[in-house]
Design a protein around this ligand. Sequence first.
Ligand code: CU
Length: 140
Amino acid sequence: MIRLLTLLALLLPTVAFADGITIGDPWSPAAPPGARAHAAYMTVTNTGATPRALIGVRAEGYGMAHLHESRDNEGIATMVPVHQIEIAPGASIALAPGGFHIMLMMPRAPASETIALTLVFADGEEVAVRAVVRPHNAPS
Ligand SMILES: [Cu+2]
């Protein structure tokens, strides 16, 4: 099983390159049974010379996908929709537990091994990426 997973990891295009944008380690903890939403994470690097802004996301197999930010509101964990995440030239932003994330909502079926995501940038560019689904309790 370990060998199969390693092989899959080698075969799956987990890093996407687009014009000036590099995506690293896109992954998603599998939703617990019955959950109507779960998150996806990755790093987005602007390797170009102009500022970029991530303004949205689409997810195959989900009714809705939004950019969110987790916040600590006087000790209570909340999350809010984010309409734009700026990425300066040469900078990376992390979509990671406890911060920015992609919220995947209204799954049409349990997530399989990967989730097809499309990141939408303010300049109209779209970057396709496949997030690898990891078991909910797997070490990340
Ligand atoms: Cu969220």
